[in-house]
Design a protein around this ligand. Structure first.
Ligand SMILES: *[C@@H]1O[C@H](CO)[C@@H](O)[C@H](O)[C@H]1NC(C)=O
Ligand SMILES: [Ca+2]
Length: 229
């Protein structure tokens, strides 16, 4: 009996291990099929609605894969992909829509939020405070495999080096409901907001593989030089 209790404590202990990554970033250092982070959601699917927010600082301007969520039957179940400058492509249960001509800071952080509601199909993407919308109707999203840094072509695998993310990602949060516009603006402006209940950057369950470093946000700006001495 004592052994069993001990084992249970061990099991639950490892299941709830999480890390506060406030002020930190995942740095993906180079093109590969082996550098990635696996995120474990705090709430299991199916999800009838989702909001995803993250900040990205891609090394070469185009982020490519920002967020890859696959299910056992659909590799592009909830996939956010930047195909070109200002072009954000969403995939929901393998359905695709391109949001073009979005704001896109070069050599700076970009804040991206994406909401989806399976009941209405309303799909919204916000980049740095600018919003675009479309209707994508599909069924709720089943049990997820969530990966940052690589694009899944199967459940948890089959990565393509041409689609990997190189650069920094931070403040990844996901909710199993649609955040209202004010909450999105709070995130965009880096004000206080309610952390994600599915993925929470302040208490993240994750594993890294390959060259993914957990680093402080290096682009915090250099100290201003005094204009005159
Ligand atoms: C990193 O620091 C810069 C400068 O303070 C800030 O603008 C940016 O939002 C920060 N990024 C993240 C993800 O914290
Ligand atoms: Ca895929």
């Amino acid at each position: 009996m004592e052994k069993l209790v001990f084992l249970l404590v061990l099991l639950t202990g490892s299941a709830i291990q999480s890390e506060d990554l406030t002020g930190k970033v995942f740095s993906f250092l180079s093109v590969s099929t082996t550098h990635y982070a696996t995120l474990t959601p705090d709430v299991e699917g199916p999800y009838s609605a989702l909001t995803l927010c993250l900040r990205s600082f891609p090394e070469n301007g185009i982020a490519k894969t920002l967020f890859s969520l696959a299910t056992p039957s659909k590799d592009n179940a909830f996939l956010l992909y930047q195909a070109e400058k200002g072009g954000y492509r969403v995939h929901i249960n393998n359905l695709v829509h391109d949001f073009l001509l979005m704001p896109d800071n070069q050599n700076e952080w970009n804040s991206v939020c994406w909401t989806w509601d399976s009941k209405t199909g309303l799909t919204q993407v916000w980049v740095n405070g600018r919003r675009k919308r479309v209707k994508i109707e599909s069924e709720p999203i089943a049990s997820p495999s969530i990966i940052l840094g690589q694009e899944q072509d199967s459940y948890g695998g089959r990565f393509d080096a041409n689609q990997c993310f190189v650069g920094d990602l931070s403040d990844v949060h996901m909710w199993n409901y649609v955040l209202d516009s004010c909450a999105i603006q709070d995130y965009m402006n880096a004000f206080t907001f309610t952390p994600g209940n599915v993925l929470n950057w302040k208490a993240l369950n994750y594993n890294v593989n390959g060259e993914v470093l957990v680093e402080p946000n290096h682009s915090t700006g250099c100290r201003q030089k005094p204009s005159k001495l």
